[in-house]
Every structure is written in structure tokens, then in C-alpha cells.
Design a protein around this ligand. Structure first.
Ligand code: PEP
Ligand code: MN
Length: 349
């Protein structure tokens, strides 16, 4: 890190900083400028928090050379992380983009869920998504069937062979969700629920971590870092749109640039969710295409057997025939662009 001292920092202020750095075995070089003294410090920030230095008298600001997400960073691991499932499905790296498809919420009508799952499987999708525990803005809205939904998902997996992705909202339900799910989803609203991140970090299931609606890319990667730090390296990031000032035509502002930015900064796979990213059915196809073109490792799409009756997010869900059409186009696009990851990842130099 580089510590820039205030113009009126005293010799004592500078000495106090360098003494502390030396105490923690940092390599310290002091550059005395005409106006500011700049201290170049190389060492292990886990033994001395930069916040402690920042709080010292005479310190103006600190600049970091390396990003704080060490484990998630390309600096630590230059090759892409590939998450591999027991049935051979792989997410990330040079593998073909995957599809996570299903209703926002799992509802009472199991046949409807099975219809979606069967169509998804026939098309070549790999994952069935569906909420059992739903984060809802209003307490009056449908908030999921809980374990019954998990059982439905497991039943649909049995019938189709699709892998199950479902959201965990509470540490209390971790074992229950792990019993049924192949992938645990941490929802956008819980991206910075650090106890939840720690809990999923300690289990050995892959995690889909959705970007918080008002989170920076750095915060997003630091949230992933919590999971990695606690021992779970199987993290799939998901860009699902941000709150913006203009929600007249879209629910969220889908940050497409986040995909190549994250590819540059991190080795973790990243997928896009144009359903939540836009809130509009007709925008799923163009935004999924955009995500794939810039290198996404997969797409999450809400598909309902009858979106008009969906208990949540019907407006941003495709019907089965609509999904069939969209999927076919996306698949063709993946083929014709030869969208193998090795071509899509920008140079990380
Ligand atoms: C979902 O996937 O159904 C969901 C609630 O997503 P998000 O956390 O991105 O809002
Ligand atoms: Mn939803």
C-alpha cells in the first residue's frame, strides 16, 4: 500500500507510521516530496489493518496496489475456476454457458413445475431454479412453500435429472436446503448477510451469489471472498441488475460491463439473470444475448408454466413456448459466435 501523508504532517507523525509498519515487518520506503511525504509499504495486511494506519495523525489517504479480495482475485489464481457437478455439468472456464431455468417461486401446482423442468431438460438446460423461501418486499406477498417446495424440486430433479438451485435466506435452514439442493442461492438482498455467507462458506455445496441491488463490484467480490475465506471455493457470481434512478421501463439496471470487469478481476464464473435484471419478459432475450457476448458463463431465466398466474415475478417470466423460442435463438448464437470461454474472456494483462 501507499500511504500519503498530509502536507502538514510532522516528523513524529511520519515516524509513528513507519514504526508501526516496521513493527509488523512491512518493507518501508519513505519518499520525501516537496509537499507530501509518501510511504511505500509492502507487507501482510492481515497482520496490520490499513484502517489502523488510516486513523493515525498526519495520514491523508491510503492507496492500495492490490484489490482486497485476495482469494477471489486473478492475482492468486490466473486460470478460471470451473465448478463441476457429479453428473458432469461444468460451470466456468471454456465450458459452454449453462442455463438455470424455472419459476420464481415453486407453487402448489407440482405438474406446472414438472412441465417447466421437462421442457428445460429437453432443450438441454442443466439446472432447475425455484424459490422455496422467498424474500418479498411486502409481508402480504407469497413467501414460498418452504420444505414442500424443496420436496417438489427434488421430485422434479428425480424426473428430469436437472440440478436444483434454490435460495437460502436463513442460516437456520442451511441443513434443510442442503438436503435438497445441488446449488445454494444467496439472493441479492442477502449479498452482505455475512453470517449467511460464512455458513455457506462452511458447507461444500456450490453457491450462486447474486449481486446486491446497490452493491459495487468490489463489494460483490468481497462478499464472494467471505465464502471462499470460510473454505468454499465453489462460487458462481450472478449479475442481476442494480437499483437506478430510472425504473420507468426496467425494474433494475443490468450491469453488463460487470461481466468482463469481473472476468478481468476474478477467476470465479459469472452468470447473468436478465429476468431480475430488467423485470420485463421482452428484455430477457436481448439482455441474455448481451451477457453471453461479453463472456457470461451462463444465464438464469424465470420460466413459468403460466406466467399470468405466477405468485411472484410473472411479468419477468417466460412461458414455456416463449422460453423454447428464446433458448433456441440463444443456443444458435452460442454456436455461431463460437462462444467458447477461451474466446470470450478478455486479456487479463
Ligand atoms: C430470485 O432469483 O428469485 C430472486 C429473488 O433473485 P434476486 O435475489 O436477484 O432478487
Ligand atoms: Mn424472482
Amino acid at each position: 500500500m501507499i500511504i500519503i501523508m498530509e502536507r502538514d504532517a510532522t516528523a513524529e507523525n511520519i515516524k509513528a507510521v513507519t514504526d508501526l509498519l516496521n513493527e509488523h515487518e512491512f518493507r518501508v520506503i519513505v519518499h520525501e516530496g516537496d509537499v507530501h511525504t509518501v510511504i511505500d509499504a509492502l507487507g501482510d495486511k492481515t497482520t496490520l489493518s490499513p484502517n489502523r494506519i488510516d486513523a493515525m495523525d498526519g495520514v491523508m489517504k491510503i492507496k492500495f496496489i492490490r484489490e482486497p479480495f485476495r482469494l477471489a482475485s486473478r492475482d492468486r489464481k490466473s486460470d478460471d475456476t470451473v465448478i463441476e457437478f457429479s453428473n458432469g455439468v461444468k460451470v466456468g472456464g471454456a465450458n459452454r454457458p449453462v442455463f438455470m431455468v424455472g419459476p420464481c417461486s415453486v407453487e402448489e401446482d407440482y405438474d406446472g413445475l414438472l412441465e417447466v423442468a421437462t421442457a428445460a431438460k429437453e432443450l438441454g438446460c442443466q439446472f432447475l431454479r425455484g424459490g422455496a423461501f422467498k424474500p418479498r418486499t411486502s409481508p402480504y406477498d407469497f413467501d414460498g412453500l418452504g420444505e414442500k417446495a424443496l420436496k417438489y424440486l427434488a421430485q422434479a430433479r428425480e424426473a428430469t435429472g436437472l440440478l436444483v438451485v434454490t435460495e437460502l435466506m436463513d442460516v437456520e435452514d442451511l441443513d434443510l436446503v442442503c438436503d435438497y439442493a445441488d446449488v445454494i442461492q444467496v439472493g441479492a438482498r442477502n449479498m452482505q448477510n455475512f453470517r449467511l455467507l460464512k455458513a455457506v462458506g462452511k458447507c461444500n455445496k456450490p453457491v450462486v451469489l447474486k449481486r446486491g441491488p446497490a452493491s459495487t463490484i468490489r463489494e460483490f467480490l468481497l462478499a464472494a471472498e467471505h465464502i471462499l475465506y470460510n473454505g468454499n471455493e465453489q462460487v458462481i457470481l450472478c449479475e442481476r441488475g442494480l437499483k437506478s434512478f430510472d425504473n420507468a421501463f426496467t425494474r433494475n439496471l443490468m450491469d453488463i460491463a460487470a461481466v468482463p470487469v469481473i472476468k478481468k478481476l476474478s477467476h470465479l464464473p459469472i452468470i447473468v439473470d436478465p429476468s431480475h435484471g430488467t423485470g420485463q419478459r421482452y428484455l430477457i432475450e436481448p439482455m441474455a444475448k448481451a451477457g453471453l457476448v461479453v463472456g457470461a458463463d451462463g444465464v438464469m431465466v424465470e420460466v413459468h408454466h403460466n406466467p399470468a398466474t405466477a405468485l411472484s415475478d410473472g411479468k419477468q417470466s417466460l412461458s414455456i413456448p416463449q422460453f423454447r423460442e428464446v433458448f433456441t435463438k440463444l443456443n444458435k448464437m452460442i454456436d455461431t459466435l463460437h462462444l467458447e470461454r477461451s474466446m470470450a474472456i478478455p486479456n487479463v494483462e
